[in-house]
Design a protein around this ligand. Structure first.
Ligand code: UD1
Length: 372
């Protein structure tokens, strides 16, 4: 008997994790995969492009939840997902990352007594003002199998009382996507389209509510970016929520910060490979820049991905003008070389598949789960 797995994905950073996981599980006779798109992200530039470029199969179900407050968005995913899970009767539900769709998917499944598998479990920023931190803690608390990207994740889960048998350090699915997509990303003509051939530049992304929703904070970061841009032109791929706040505040960024629409995966990877530095508050970009060996200044006071600082090219730059400029200066004086963290080798999907197979073999009668 095949195990029917439902994958829940909803927002941009989910797609590069779901792609290699589904690619590893799909050809395996032991599993049947069904994809649900919650619709948390819905613009083509935030969702459709990623499905095409990462060759993710079309979702069998689309919940079309759209935007809303955290409670509204989470509740809407739960309300619309529950009847689908009741109807599809999966053997397990797979959620990835830390977005509202992750939490909602895990909650619905756990309450229906369907085993929950969480990929990218155990990461902790220890900052509960971040909505993602709350999502991570709750999702992990109710998950049955925890697939972990770095050793800090295992340590955090053990400290929270998780059974060691439920935890598997499998490496990083985002890195699988990155490695698979490098040849196509190298072909991107984005530099040409932006007219930045043969010149050095920095790449910026910013979307955390704590950084962009508060005008004073946004102005603080923008003033540091403006000073940096006097030395190194900056290209800023602007998330829709950030664009709204930048326009509302009417912040003058000067002539050397170039605002771009959200970019596709391959174009963005190309820019990351070619830039001199990345300035970001994203989680995933801290990991990608470490793998690419590009210096990263994280515009936050903490990271849930400490391996990118310990082994990689990441520096925590803080969110004040002075701390960002200090980190920028430090990076220019002594750029971090960095090494690639253990198991970030492009084979996390296969390790996830084997951990999932082991989990079901242990939780089902042997005749129900053939070790094909
Ligand atoms: C979400 C995730 C965050 C992730 C980020 C990546 C949560 C709590 N946050 O934040 O962890 O790093 O995605 O982008 O789940 N919008 C559009 N088009 C879209 C989607 C959103 O215009 O396709 C606008 C809407 O105005 C919306 C706002 O962006 O209100 C924020 O979207 P939302 O999904 O609430 O959170 P993100 O900031 O994208």
């Amino acid at each position: 008997m095949k195990v029917r797995l439902i994958f829940v994905a909803g927002a941009r950073p989910n797609f590069m994790k779901v792609a290699p996981l589904m690619a590893a599980l799909h050809p395996d006779e032991r599993f049947e995969s069904i994809l649900i798109h919650t619709g948390q992200h819905y613009d083509d530039s935030m969702s459709g492009t990623f499905f095409r470029e990462l060759q993710i199969p079309n979702p069998q179900h689309h919940l079309n939840v759209g935007s809303g407050s955290h409670a509204q968005q989470t509740a809407e995913v739960m309300r619309r997902l529950e009847p689908v899970l009741i109807d599809e009767k999966p053997g397990g539900v797979v959620v990835v990352g830390d977005v509202n769709s992750t939490l909602a998917g895990a909650l619905v499944a756990a309450k229906l007594e369907i085993p929950v598998i969480h990929a990218e479990a155990g990461l902790r920023s220890f900052d509960r003002s971040m909505p993602e931190e709350v999502n991570r803690i709750v999702t992990d608390a109710i998950s049955d199998l925890l697939l972990v990207t770095e050793e800090s994740g295992r340590a955090n889960l053990l400290r929270e009382g998780k059974d060691p048998d439920c935890i598997a350090v499998v490496g990083n699915l985002m890195v699988d996507s990155l490695r698979r997509s490098l040849p196509a990303a190298l072909q991107s003509d984005v530099l040409h389209r932006l007219g930045i051939l043969n010149s050095r530049f920095g790449l910026v992304t910013l979307h955390r509510p704590a950084n962009v929703d508060d005008e004073k904070q946004l102005r603080e970061i923008a003033s540091a970016l403006r000073l940096i841009s006097e030395e190194l032109p900056l290209y800023w791929a602007v998330h829709p929520r950030t664009r709204t706040h930048l326009e509302h505040a009417g912040i003058n960024l000067g002539a050397k910060i170039h605002l771009l629409a959200p970019l596709g995966y391959l174009d963005f990877l190309h820019l990351q490979m070619k830039c001199s530095v990345v300035l970001t508050d994203s989680g995933g970009i801290q990991e990608e820049s470490t793998v690419l060996g590009i210096p990263c200044l994280t515009l936050r006071d903490n990271t849930e991905r400490p391996i990118t600082v310990e082994c990689g090219t990441n520096r925590i730059a803080g969110t004040s003008r002075d701390s960002i400029l200090r980190a920028w200066q430090e990076d220019r004086e002594s750029p971090k070389q960095g090494t690639i963290p253990p198991l970030w080798d492009g084979h996390a999907g296969e390790r996830c598949r084997e951990a999932i197979a082991k989990f079901f073999a242990a939780h089902m009668r042997l005749e129900e789960f053939s070790q094909a």
